[in-house]
Design a protein around this ligand. Structure first.
Ligand code: NAX
Ligand code: K
Length: 504
């Protein structure tokens, strides 16, 4: 069974949901949050004797920490709560949580205690959550730096302190958690940019709040359930024409490999026929290792294609620009990658032509390409990846994936998705070409464009994850190796979908 794709809300959405639930709720959300986090914490300290350190901050996140500390005290566990902010300025719920902690016999200390001889059983970061409003400095930053290096399970409540919940940016410095218990729903900052490196394993505690019932989510974490109805078994009475003709356009001098990688990925993911149009006049006439591919001069791709990708190894020559212009004019699902994106970014006429297309367009920029497409630098794109991806989708009327840690898929209808599969070993040459081929294969087989993009992005990472589990990567994983494994993962999904009745 594929699990449902969990909703993701930015801080404004979480606040809106909280505001609807809070009045008079019993137990209070803070009580539920502290208790739920304590339940997660128990799992982390099985077989770990010793005291628990809870660092509490000046807002409601600190209150969650006091609730957790009280639960452990009441369970007979030794707990030290560190709190050096002004108790008089705590918000009401947090002040009550501190009072309850005191009533249970606890008393916070105002400096970070040194670790006991046998170390802490658990370190809990309850300094800042979604209320973080500026970079951490001074004592807060010092505490976070010290806590991040303690050799124990390190649990962050709601967010690792210092990590911006909307963007995954580190504001000053951020806690490095081994685990994060986040409340009500996922936040984008846990899943993209610096989020995954700081949050560790994320557990969502919904606190009996039906978030999606209160506020329809626009964001989701990617799970195969988002596309499982498309993983239908093939009918027996079919032929290759039923699985589409995929075209890959690129491969100028010195870069034929990029186009071949994309073409191979398209073939391996089930496109009926795959044509590679290569710009290099000295390109080989056949891919000897994959003779099923049909290699052509770039201008000689067949007129009828079910899906076309332009970009792998395309270069930015005049010929490349002319071919791109023709491709945009074709009434076919179109994937633009690499230098196709750079050419597009530099040419307002191409942009206008793209905006006028009736067939779907998909774009696959990495952050630097996205920056060129949006007319800003890479850092500005990375500062808010979800916003940048949505802006790309709106501006280019294209489904867009902004690649990188926690790839963002933004669709033209305003929905967005964050992908969690994949690993840093996939930051290597040719990986983007393979992704383009995977997307093109699904488009050629008739998948709706948004689902093709979501599925291919997830598959790409999942294949990398499977290889890494087998010791092929993360270090040294090559794009060619990903192609075979993506096929295996995809067929596994089809089996799973049809076993569990999810397939269409
Ligand atoms: N609102 C609610 O009802 C609930 C909130 N919950 C918890 O409350 C958190 C949000 O609480 P808050 O809105 O109080 O926010 P936080 O507790 O995240 O922090 C806000 C406080 O930190 C200060 N602050 C922000 N950035 C700072 C910086 N860089 N340096 C120093 N001080 C800084 C603010 O002035 C404010 O006092 C959530 O993340 C979650 O942990 C949960 O208990 C669930 C229910
Ligand atoms: K925290």
């Amino acid at each position: 069974m594929f699990l449902p794709a969990p909703p993701i809300y930015p801080v404004a959405g979480i606040r809106e949901i909280e505001a609807r639930v809070m009045p008079g709720a019993k137990p209070s959300l803070m009580e539920r949050a502290g208790r739920a986090a304590a339940e997660d914490a128990v799992r982390l300290i099985i077989d770990r004797p010793g005291p628990i350190l809870v660092a509490c901050g000046p807002g409601n996140n600190g209150g969650d920490g006091f609730v957790l500390a009280r639960h452990f005290r009441q369970a007979g566990r030794e707990v030290l709560a560190a709190f050096a902010d002004d108790p008089a300025r705590l918000p009401p719920d947090a002040a009550k949580a501190l009072a309850d902690f005191r009533a249970s016999g606890g008393e916070p200390v105002s400096s970070l205690p040194s670790a006991p001889a046998d170390g802490w059983a658990l370190v809990v970061d309850a300094l800042f959550g979604i209320g973080l409003g500026r970079p951490l400095t001074g004592r807060h930053a010092e505490w976070i730096a010290a806590l991040s290096h303690l050799p124990a399970p390190r649990l962050a409540l709601d967010m690792p302190s210092g990590l911006d919940a909307d963007t995954g940016r580190v504001l000053g410095t951020a806690f490095r958690a081994t685990n994060t218990t986040t409340f009500i729903a996922l936040k984008p900052g846990l899943l993209t940019l610096d989020g995954p490196d700081h949050a560790g394993d994320v557990s969502v505690q919904r606190l009996d709040v039906d978030a999606a019932g209160w506020l329809e989510p626009l964001g989701h974490a990617v799970r195969p359930s988002l596309f499982s109805t498309l993983l239908a078994p093939r009918l027996r009475n079919t032929h290759k024409g039923d699985y589409g003709d995929a075209g890959i356009l690129g491969g100028d001098a010195g870069m034929c490999g990029a186009a071949l990688l994309a073409a191979r990925a398209a073939l391996w993911l089930g496109a009926g026929r795959v044509y590679a149009g290569l710009l290099d006049p000295h390109a080989p006439p056949v891919d000897v290792a994959r003779p099923e591919l049909m290699l052509r001069p770039a201008a000689a791709l067949p007129g009828h294609l079910s899906a076309l990708a332009v970009g792998p190894g395309l270069g930015q020559s005049g010929a490349a620009a002319a071919l791109l212009r023709e491709a945009i004019a074709r009434d076919v699902p179109l994937v633009l990658d690499a230098d196709a994106l750079n050419l597009l970014a530099a040419d307002p006429a191409l942009q206008r032509a793209l905006a006028g297309r009736a067939a779907p367009t998909l774009i696959t920029p990495h952050p630097a390409e996205a920056g060129r497409l949006l007319g800003r630098d890479t850092a500005a794109v990375q500062a808010d990846r979800v916003a940048a991806a949505l802006e790309l989708a709106a501006r280019y009327r294209a489904h867009a994936v902004l690649k990188g840690c926690g790839s963002i898929v933004a669709c033209t209808d305003g929905h967005w998705y964050i992908n969690g599969s994949g690993h840093p070993g996939m930051a290597s040459a040719g990986m983007g070409d393979v992704l383009t081929g995977l997307i093109t294969a699904l488009l050629a087989q008739g998948w709706p464009a948004d689902r093709a993009l979501i599925a291919a992005v997830h598959l790409h990472g999942a294949a990398g994850d499977r290889l890494a589990r087998e010791g092929i990567g993360p270090v040294g994983l090559s794009a060619s190796e990903l192609v075979d494994t993506a096929r295996g993962v995809f067929n596994g999904w089809m089996v799973e979908a049809n076993r569990s009745g999810n397939g269409g």
